[in-house]
Design a protein around this ligand. Structure first.
Ligand SMILES: Cc1cc2nc3c(=O)[nH]c(=O)nc-3n(C[C@H](O)[C@H](O)[C@H](O)COP(=O)(O)OP(=O)(O)OC[C@H]3O[C@@H](n4cnc5c(N)ncnc54)[C@H](O)[C@@H]3O)c2cc1C
Length: 475
């Protein structure tokens, strides 16, 4: 009651800010950063967590970025040192910040850039209640932004990680089942490990166990869906990787241009090294931009006890019940829950609508780039219709068909952006746009020019054929 009265009382003092950014995760931070650079606007930044960085605050201790640090974070401030890893599964490729590095980075962006600007008021440990109102989870104090404040919803993507909640299946008492975070807290070795989930978190859990010396035959991997995966060597920025990265785009378009069926398309994408899979004998039914190196994939393939019986329904001391059957387990087995749907598909909504901006991806699987891009569009353009035209949403993929939809969406957006000279310049100088930077680094090098020519030649036929393949499938 006291909390409610306090909140009601303080609601009278509207905070006079131009933007209310709800969510200080990577997207809210990337958006606010560009607003600070490109406008004089003031911002209230509200988040439940005690620190910025969103889900990275609760991620498992051994998590790393899946894509290079060099195009992650906020536009104004480099993350890491653009160094190449010299050891581990990512050796030879650009460094991947660890979870603690990401959280420290966002904290420093807040402390050294946002707060000293005098234009950002930060409200940690606060729950947004809707209607521009929020309340401290600690003191109960209530706040409200002035009615003219544009609300920026940086929570729409609903990222979840296993530490955020219990597993989505029943676990009987006596069963040892830990979220992936619990793996780093083990105080004694288990006889067996069962990893539940085959998304990126499941991959990380398996690699963690193997790296810590667990024998591959002591691991069972429950894989409800096999995934098409991206090869990290082909999504690297910079001139040194121009051939691999642009070769990947050329290969994607050329495969897309000639495929007679969706099945042919994926065969061709695999043959050209655009997509990888764990088991060449099993056709994946999932595509979520999971990214691995070939070295990591080789390591994962040492695990041979792979259970493909759908999702887990229940774990009892003697066995595991899945959608399509049972498998035995033991009382001394540690079950590792990696089943949270980190980034679920979300229905696209207009990014700009009245006095609200809903942050979503305008290039698939590039959340921070998308948030920075949307902030730039907000700063540089006036009309909502024109802004929405430049910010067509490319939703997070889930199924292999979403590879087709993402490729079409990304390519159509890129075409629209290229027609605007000022926007083209912005993209090339944007730290978070690893792709445009790389493309602009083309040298007077016949191999580079040849790749761009291949991309240009295949783009039109590829888009037409992808449209046809999708229409045939829908039909
Ligand atoms: C293991 C893992 C690795 C990843 N690696 C990469 C990578 O290498 N590169 C890449 O581009 N992406 C990567 N991603 C994707 C990643 O999710 C995004 O890059 C990004 O971190 C998402 O940020 P976000 O701001 O959308 O969401 P979140 O981090 O979830 O932030 C949303 C924030 O909103 C707050 N919030 C929600 N509701 C309320 C409310 N009512 N009141 C107050 N606060 C609220 C939450 O507390 C949270 O802090 C990875 C994801 C995972 C899970």
């Amino acid at each position: 009651m006291t909390e409610t009265r306090d909140a009601d009382h303080r609601d009278a003092d509207d905070l006079d800010v131009d933007y209310l950014v709800v969510g200080a995760g990577a997207m809210g931070m990337a958006f606010t950063d560009v607003l600070l650079t490109e406008t004089d606007a003031t911002v209230a930044l509200v988040d439940r967590h005690p620190r910025p960085g969103g889900h990275w605050n609760v991620a498992y201790p051994f998590v790393r970025l899946h894509q290079p640090s060099s195009f992650y974070g906020v536009n104004s401030t480099p993350l890491g040192h653009d160094a190449l890893d010299t050891a581990g599964g990512n050796r030879g490729l650009y460094e991947l910040a660890s979870g603690p590095e990401v959280v420290t980075y966002f904290e420093q962006v807040l402390q050294r850039r946002f707060l000293p600007s005098g234009r950002v008021r930060y409200f940690p440990m606060c729950e947004h209640l809707g209607e521009r109102r929020w309340r401290s989870l600690v003191s109960g104090a209530g706040y409200q932004a002035a009615p003219h404040a544009t609300v920026v919803d940086a929570t729409y993507m609903r990222v979840t990680v296993p530490a955020m909640g219990p597993p989505a299946y029943d676990v009987a008492s006596g069963v040892r089942c830990v979220p992936v975070n619990g793996l780093a807290g083990l105080d004694a070795p288990a006889e067996r490990y069962v990893v539940v989930g085959a998304g990126k978190t499941g991959i990380d859990a398996c690699l963690f166990l193997l790296a810590n010396g667990v024998a591959p035959d002591a691991i069972t991997w429950i894989m409800p869906r096999d995934a098409w995966l991206l090869d990290r060597a082909t999504v690297q920025p910079g001139t040194a990787f121009f051939g691999a990265t642009m070769g990947n785009v050329a290969g994607s378009f050329e495969a897309a241009a000639v495929a007679a069926t969706v099945e042919d398309l994926f065969d061709e994408l695999e043959a050209r090294g655009v997509l990888l899979r764990f088991d060449p004998a099993v056709r994946p039914t999932m595509y979520r931009c999971g990214t691995v190196t070939r070295a990591e994939l080789d390591e994962l393939r040492r695990i041979t006890d792979v259970v493909r019986l759908g999702r887990v329904r229940r774990i009892d001391p003697g066995h595991i019940t899945l959608e399509h059957g049972d498998v035995p387990s033991t009382a001394t087995t540690v079950h590792v829950d990696c089943s949270a749907d980190g980034l679920a598909w979300r229905p696209p909504v207009p990014v700009f609508a009245d006095d609200r901006i809903t942050l979503q991806t305008v290039r698939s699987c590039q959340q921070v780039f998308s948030a920075a891009f949307i902030a730039h569009i907000e700063a540089a353009y006036d009309d909502d219709e024109a802004k929405n035209d430049l910010c067509r949403v490319v939703p997070h993929p889930s199924t292999p068909l979403d590879w087709l939809r993402s490729t079409l969406g990304n390519t159509a957006n890129a075409g629209r952006w290229r027609r605007d000279a000022a926007l083209r310049d912005w993209l090339v100088t944007s730290r978070l746009d690893g792709f445009s930077r790389t493309r602009a680094e083309v040298e007077d090098n016949p191999e580079h020019l040849g790749l761009l020519a291949r991309i240009a030649a295949a783009a039109g036929p590829a888009m037409a054929n992808l449209e046809r393949l999708l229409a045939d499938t829908d039909g």
